[in-house]
Design a binder for this molecule. Sequence first.
Ligand SMILES: [Zn+2]
Length: 324
Amino acid sequence: MSIPAPQSLDHGIHLIPVPLPYKSPPWVNVYAVESNGGLLLIDCGTDWEPGREAIRQGFADLGLEESAVHTLVVSHLHPDHVGMSARLVSDWGCRFVMHERAAKLVDRYNDSPGYMNRLVKIGSVHGIPDSATNAATHVERPDYMPLLEPPDFLVGDGDTIDLGDGRSLHVVHTPGHEPAHICLRDSRTGILFSGDHILPRISPVIMYDLDLGDVLGDYLGSLQRLIAMDLGVTYPAHGTLIDQGGERARQILLHHDRRLLDMAELVRSEDTTAWNVMLKSFRPNLDPLQSRLAFLETISHLEHLRLTGRIRDEERNGKVIYRA
Ligand SMILES: [Zn+2]
């Protein structure tokens, strides 16, 4: 899919699609919002040369000045959103804003060996066979994901970020895809900058991790909260702009409901591990990254079913076996 050209939207909002070093999603939408005589940027992409070039060229094409950026807000701590932040904050001297929960997660983001240890542990407990262990749990820290610097400004749910002229961005904490995920709602237009929380066509992966609890429950709760806010135009971090954000959120809820029903059915038909449920729920021949994400997504669904009392688990030979 070719990456769209940068464009100036209405209401002082500019969109710069920035390429990513992944097959999917191929780019991240960076939004530059005119505010207080300068610019506030939402998300920034991974730290690699094509991304840096896209930002330079995008600013030039749209007649924007990089020196006008006074604030970088990131929707969440994944490298396709926050990867380039340390470089931009240092180059531009702008303030760096995240959700307050992200401050505690910066060390976790920077700790690749710790992440790998957790993956190995999750893999062995949830039934990954030895033949697949290395491919699904071995993660090299890529060059495009340099260490993160801590934020210098924290926001919480319900806070507002002032844009000047009586306009602001209203912060909505939407944990699930990532614990510190935020959406931002423009007080003037009602437009929601949805990060990865609501995406067109694809649903964001909901990754189980140790110590994060019921991440799918968090995600579904966050979706329901947004639906109750009567969403319209929604600007996602990947793909095309969404006319009816509330409608799209409902579709994603349905997608997870179906997946939960299917997985509960599989567990009812036989006592099984998360790895086996994953093999029966996703298409075969996933590459290592896809199979890791599918595995973590499967566990988040099974754990949600367990924590809401729809299935049970027991430990057998150090493995978690899900059962009706
Ligand atoms: Zn993303």
